[in-house]
Design a protein around this ligand. Structure first.
Ligand code: ADP
Ligand code: ZN
Length: 246
């Protein structure tokens, strides 16, 4: 009897040790925050990164556009603001995003955030949610200002899978059709010169300060995004690797 108890105790200690060691060794899920002005290519590079790292890509803009397409209550509220280039209120965005993450089990896998956070309140609610359980990195994508306008006003998006194209920089193989799913491409209503002016103003006032916020948290990496999709992806992957080794 004594021997059996001893054996039981030994096995328990061993199992406990193995589990603790495994948890210690286990890498935390990665959350990548894509930062940068409208038109900098957050969507395009997020999709490339999503494939490369096998992480889900979450775009709050896409979630809103989905709601607008489906004519939901949320869609109605969002459309009015989005068409003017204004931000949707923080509490609405946060609730929509966190529900989306929960419903899809992305808490476990980690994810790439595109278009969130856009305000300090959003950034703080994200921090609160992630705690110390995730590896975080914020990528600050930079392109020359005149390129932003050219990128935005030439942008085309797939109606069904949201893949972005560009009339000149990334033309679809068949004009007006998505390379991936052959659905029609369209130009976003807020991708006009006039609305872009507003979006840039909102970005400079509300979102740009987040760059310092993340720099102070030591999780910010600046990424030169003037190059091609491939070159930018390489820059991003390098930064993520460096971050891991820190
Ligand atoms: P962009 O090309 O400017 O990155 P997005 O597709 O990310 O555009 O977003 C389009 C619009 O959706 C924004 O201009 C804003 O009105 C709304 N939106 C998206 N994400 C947020 C957010 N995190 N907070 C507030 N509004 C948002
Ligand atoms: Zn498509």
């Amino acid at each position: 009897m004594k021997n059996i108890l001893l054996l039981f105790a030994l096995v328990s200690v061993l199992l406990f040790g193995i589990t603790t060691y495994r948890n210690y060794k286990k890498e935390k899920p990665l959350v990548v925050i894509m930062m940068g002005a409208p038109g900098v290519g957050k969507g395009t590079h997020s999709l490339e990164l999503s494939k490369a790292l096998n992480l889900p890509h979450i775009s709050t803009g896409d979630l809103f556009r989905e709601n607008i397409k489906n004519e939901t209550e949320l869609g109605k509220i969002a459309k009015e603001l989005i068409d003017k280039g204004q931000l949707v209120p923080d509490n609405i965005v946060v609730e929509m995003l966190f529900n989306h993450i929960n419903n899809n089990g992305y808490n476990v896998t980690g994810y790439i955030l595109d278009g969130f956070p856009r305000t300090l309140i959003q950034a703080k609610s994200l921090d609160q949610r992630l705690g110390n359980n995730y590896n975080k990195i914020a990528l600050n994508l930079n392109v020359d200002e005149e390129k932003l306008i050219q990128r935005i006003t030439g942008r085309l998006i797939c109606k069904s899978c949201q893949t972005p194209f560009h009339k000149i920089n990334i033309p679809p193989k068949i004009e007006g059709k998505c390379d991936k799913c052959e659905s029609d491409l369209y130009q976003r209503e807020d991708d006009t010169k006039e609305v872009l002016k507003n979006r840039l103003e909102v970005y400079n006032k509300n979102t740009k300060p987040l760059i310092d916020y993340y720099r102070n948290n030591n999780i910010l990496k600046d990424i030169d995004s003037n190059g091609s999709k491939e070159v930018v992806l390489e820059n991003i992957l390098k930064s993520i690797k460096q971050n891991k080794n820190q």
